[in-house]
Design a protein around this ligand. Sequence first.
Ligand code: PMP
Length: 357
Amino acid sequence: MSQFWSPLVHRLSPYVPGEQPRVEGLIKLNTNELPFGPSPAVAGAIEAAAREGLQLYPDPQSGALCEALAAYHGMPRDHVFVGNGSDEVLAHAFAGLLKHDGQLLFPDITYSFYPTYCRLFGIAYETVPLDGAMQVNIEDYRRATGAIVGAVILPNPNAPTGVGLGLDAVERLLAMHAHAPVVIDEAYVDFGAQSALPLIARYPNLLIVRTLSKSRGLAGLRVGYALGQPHLIEALVRVKDSFNSYPLDRLAQAGALASLGDEDYFQQGCAAIIENRAQLVTGLERLGFAVLPSQANFVFARHSARGGAELAQALRAKKILVRHFNAPRIDPFLRITVGNGDQVSVLLQALEDILSC
Ligand code: PMP
């Protein structure tokens, strides 16, 4: 019955999300969630919000949350936009800022949602290969092919490699494409990478997209946001209002606000992940893995003798889920989320057992 579909639907090849199985006792290191929960203040705030009035619609502008995010980052309120997870914020950015006559540039490899959104919104794109060390080289974004650059999107740190770019490199990119919107997706920035926030005041082409899913342990609440000069934020607002897409619900607004208010918990959580990451990297290297330098809450690693698919399968048999991408060039790699101390130890022991067979 697909003759009823629009031509657009025939062109789509949907994004494949990481598995979310409901299996008891699974060690889940496949979708970059935090191994511990959010600030304890979040549950209390959500309960209070539920008691207060679920019969009432939420604030469509998420005003209190936007104010809090603006204050948190030391910016005016009109520099902030919130959405249901950064995937939704990115969707609005693709529709409102990244669709131009020229090509949209992004790295190959990167977050696999980007080409999906391009197909959905009819955006022409060109991918820029990572260099030999699997890093983004900003000089490659001066287009050798002569294609007109309409816009650029980059995650920093990149996904699924975890490799971060310095502020100087991001600034060079912004200056290089001063007439094009540049979106920096900072989903994983809190685990030791450099944020481009200090560049917002000087670069009217810079939009930063962030999420509370990773470093704040709120993947289940769906809260993301964008920061940029008001003319960019206005584009996102117009797209959102045209879709009439859902505002954040009352529980999400309340929970996100509570998380922002607990800075100590947030800082301690990020520090714990950075410490566990070092332990994970040391252990993997001892077992014969080459690990890319990660500034995220995951590592990207390949074994010297064993394939990625094989190892992911063997770990699954031991009830440990990691991410393997069946794609050229990254096929030998595993992307492993940094878990808590116990999870890191169990994973390393499981790999040692697998490799000794
Ligand atoms: N950007 C990147 C680079 C990601 O890896 C993810 C998580 N899959 C997201 C954005 C979206 O995260 P969320 O929608 O949970 O905010």
